[in-house]
Design a binder for this molecule. Structure first.
Ligand SMILES: O=C(O)C(=O)C[C@H](O)[C@H](O)CO
Length: 340
């Protein structure tokens, strides 16, 4: 029998980028990859061997079918994906080089997901055999209907005993619909969740507590454990139902030289792991999603928070070496890096 499934919900995006650090204005050919945070988490979980269903809305036509074929290639259950609307959400990505930062240009107005209507998705059959529902702040930022659809799902998941995990995933360039309130919404999303993931800045947006700087220039850096314990104790007051709070810590020393680690707070205990010194970073897009997926996967396998954090950060570190938004690292490969 299949293991109980993990469900993720969000907008799958077509990512268009140029090759070899070329600017968006250079060359004639675009590379097309698929991204979208929740799709990235779903693909990564499936690569790790989990039973995953991905829910979204795509156009009814060749481009929507291409997205579905991509998801199915990775073994995802796509049976409740809704078809309709005009176009697939897209983003343009220019990678960072030397002193030049990366560029993300969203082109997702009037996408099929953008025009999803509250009520389009019937969550009850989706959650029937589900164990975990994973969602993210990006979905709540898209439209009022996407927000309402997410909160319908959260309420039902809670009633049906499906565990909720979330990635705060604050994207300042979204949140355009009338009445959009990122801070209040993200806080509410976090209140539902038993695992909360985010980077330092996202935790600050969701909690209004100033983040602790992470300034590692190599692996020898020591994080201030007392400061994190005090920080997490304050967070726990705001999110009393949360069982595991995770902060991904990244310092960009140069565009292709990053240090990366993460901290976890669970049952009043702080866990830390090694600091990866990644040079060169090939493609950092989606390394947060790799972290989320690997931690969820690990928690279902091992009742050992330290091992789960070690595994999740190793997975996220490997993602930095893989082109595209999705982590294609398998479990054995991650374990090898984590034990190195
Ligand atoms: O930024 C977004 O909305 C995306 O979902 C695109 C990327 O895949 C995502 O940011 C990676 O985490």
């Amino acid at each position: 029998m299949m293991d109980k499934k993990i469900v993720t919900f969000g907008e799958i995006l077509l990512r268009l980028s140029k090759e070899n650090n070329s600017r968006l204005s250079q060359g004639r050919q675009f590379n097309g990859d698929f991204g979208g945070s929740e799709a990235n988490v779903a693909v990564s979980l499936s690569v790790l061997g989990d039973n995953v269903e991905y829910v979204t809305r795509v156009p009814d036509g060749p481009i929507g079918n291409a997205a579905l074929m991509h998801l199915r290639e990775f073994g995802l259950d796509t049976s409740h994906i809704v078809k309709g609307g005009d176009r697939l959400g897209t983003y343009y990505f220019e990678s960072a080089a030397s002193m030049r930062n990366s560029v993300v240009v969203y082109d997702r107005n009037n996408s099929s997901f953008y025009s999803l209507k509250h009520g389009d998705i019937d969550w009850a059959p989706i959650f029937d055999d589900a164990k975990i529902f994973h969602c993210s702040g990006i979905t709540c930022a898209m439209s009022k209907d996407a927000l309402d659809t997410t909160f319908d799902a959260l309420e039902l998941a809670e009633r049906m005993g499906v565990e909720i995990t979330c990635d705060i995933n604050y994207r300042k360039n979204l949140w355009h619909y009338p009445g959009a309130n990122a801070k209040a919404t993200l806080h509410k999303l976090m209140e539902y969740s038993s695992f909360i993931f985010g980077d330092q800045n996202e935790w600050e947006v969701g909690s209004s507590l100033k983040h602790i700087p992470f300034e590692a220039i190599d692996s020898s850096y020591k994080i201030d454990e007392d400061a994190y314990i005090a920080y997490f104790k304050e967070l726990q007051k705001q999110f009393p139902r949360c069982k595991r709070m995770l902060i991904a810590l990244r310092n960009q020393i140069a565009s292709s030289h990053h240090t990366l680690t993460g901290v976890l707070y669970s049952d009043g205990k702080l866990y830390k792991t090694k600091i990866y010194d990644i040079n060169p970073v090939v493609d950092p897009m989606g390394c947060g999603d790799a972290f989320v997926a690997a931690f969820i996967h690990a928690r279902m396998k091992w009742d050992d928070d330290q091992r789960c954090l070690d595994f999740a950060i190793a997975a996220s570190a490997i993602k930095n070496t893989i082109i595209g938004d999705q982590n294609l690292a398998i479990e054995d490969e991650i374990i090898e890096v984590m034990n190195h």
